[in-house]
Design a protein around this ligand. Structure first.
Ligand code: SF4
Length: 212
């Protein structure tokens, strides 16, 4: 019988990341690991080892869609697989990332207050009262919204870092929601077809291949 690889359990990393972010928004910074590692691997090794072996997100969709059967299993429409759509989505993704950096800079320059909200597509505020002051110890408070309020006492992070954390968590959550939707509608790992990290690593690999 084939031995189960530890990599089969990497989907738990996705769950852990979002739970830690709920516990304290400071943990959103850890998401940069998923951002930088695939790019570094493709730049250094010229391959997609991260996608093929280590990506927790890909495993997460495989687990939900493949193992648990939460998918219709239909093929994606051709336009979603096309190069123009994938590059357009990379541009959209960078647009969202750029808006996070601008907000972070404005808070650092004291031109605006921290916007302590997690937003889908950088616009739809989640109905969670995410009050904070940047520390690692949360204290559950009253519930006056649809979901419980979380508050954080202390102050380990400067305001600009908290702003970045809220923005980055929002970006990660947005991509997760899109991935879940495409998993439900199409095949389990349909997100991987237009995932910006996948598109960028593929582009880097192609460039490296041409160079060599
Ligand atoms: S395409 Fe994106 S989600 Fe899929 S395995 Fe690669 S990095 Fe992970």
């Amino acid at each position: 019988m084939a031995r189960k690889s530890w990599r089969n359990h990497l989907w738990l990393v996705t769950c852990l990341y979002f739970l830690l972010g709920l516990y304290n928004i400071a943990f959103a910074w850890l998401g940069l690991i998923f951002f930088v590692t695939p790019l570094l691997i493709s730049i250094i090794k010229g391959d997609k080892a991260f996608c093929n072996k280590y990506c927790d997100r890909g495993r997460f969709f495989r687990f939900l869609g493949g193992n648990l059967g939460l998918t219709r299993g239909k093929p994606m429409p051709a336009w979603m697989k096309s190069a123009w759509f994938r590059y357009l989505f990379v541009a959209y993704f960078f647009g969202m990332f750029g808006s996070i950096l601008v907000a972070t800079w404005l808070v650092a320059a004291e031109a605006q207050e921290v916007d302590d909200a997690v937003k889908l597509f950088m616009a739809l505020r989640l109905p969670v009262d995410w009050s904070y002051s940047g520390a690692l110890l949360p204290a559950l408070t009253h519930s006056d919204g649809l979901l419980p309020s979380l508050t954080y006492s202390g102050g380990l992070l400067p305001p600009w870092a908290v702003q970045f954390a809220f923005g980055f968590y929002s970006l990660m959550l947005t991509s997760l929601v899109l991935g879940l939707l495409t998993m439900l509608l199409f095949k389990p790992r349909s997100w991987c077809v237009y995932c910006p990290m996948g598109t960028m690593t593929q582009l880097i690999c192609k460039i490296k291949e041409k160079e060599s």
